[in-house]
Design a protein around this ligand. Structure first.
Ligand SMILES: Cc1cc2nc3c(=O)[nH]c(=O)nc-3n(C[C@H](O)[C@H](O)[C@H](O)COP(=O)(O)O)c2cc1C
Length: 185
């Protein structure tokens, strides 16, 4: 049994990008960027009802060759990882395994983080479903607000590990200030 990360108020992500030029893209926003413009790619997805987002799956499938040709990492957010029991840890690992097999992708680094319960953002039905589904496992979660279970130290360790791996693979730290979308840089 693992210690459950302490819930914390929702906060902003801490960046460990260092000198690397980075760019983030959300599946809920614009069209996916061209993977070929980047030295390395990190893909992240939450789990809903045992599955990862459709657009994330499509992104990986559509870019499989480009992803295979550069350093890549994948991270997952789920409540199974936040719950922390042996069964839940196995469940979280199962989500990752099923996803990577389905999209036929072999990222160099994989991480599983606890997600968040954001009751304040859910509609009536989703709030009801989530309370029924996980209310007993997370009695400390604010039933009207948001509770974040992400262990940011784990996230930082993952980011540092990925950065070191990418630097090792590329042979040097990416140039500070270089424009990753500019083929001349
Ligand atoms: C509708 C819904 C279904 C979910 N299903 C699962 C699940 O099957 N397994 C799990 O471990 N976590 C599940 N979660 C927890 C999410 O992975 C976690 O809350 C994550 O932080 C959600 O991030 P997002 O709302 O930004 O997608 C679910 C959350 C929601 C809102």
């Amino acid at each position: 049994m693992r210690d459950r990360p302490r819930p914390s108020p929702t906060g902003s992500a801490r960046s460990s990008a260092g000198a690397a030029t980075t760019s983030t893209w959300s599946t809920s926003g614009d069209a996916a960027p061209g993977v070929v413009s980047y030295d390395a790619v990190i893909v992240g997805s939450s789990v809903h009802y045992g599955r990862h987002g459709k657009r994330v799956r499509r992104f990986v499938r559509d870019n499989r060759a480009a992803l295979a040709a550069r350093p890549t990492a994948f991270f997952q957010l789920s409540l199974a990882s936040a719950e922390g029991s042996d069964d839940a840890v196995a469940e979280a690992a199962g989500y990752v395994e099923a996803f990577l097999e389905a999209v036929d992708w072999h990222p160099d680094r994989v991480a599983q983080f606890g997600g968040a319960l954001r009751y304040s953002k859910y509609g009536f039905l989703r709030r009801l479903v989530m309370r029924r589904m996980v209310g007993d496992s997370f009695p400390e979660a604010d039933p009207a607000g948001d509770t974040e279970f992400t262990d940011w130290d784990e996230v930082e360790a993952f980011a540092n590990d990925v950065a070191a791996f990418v630097e090792g693979r590329l042979g040097a730290a990416p140039d500070a200030g270089a424009d990753a979308t500019d083929p001349a840089s």
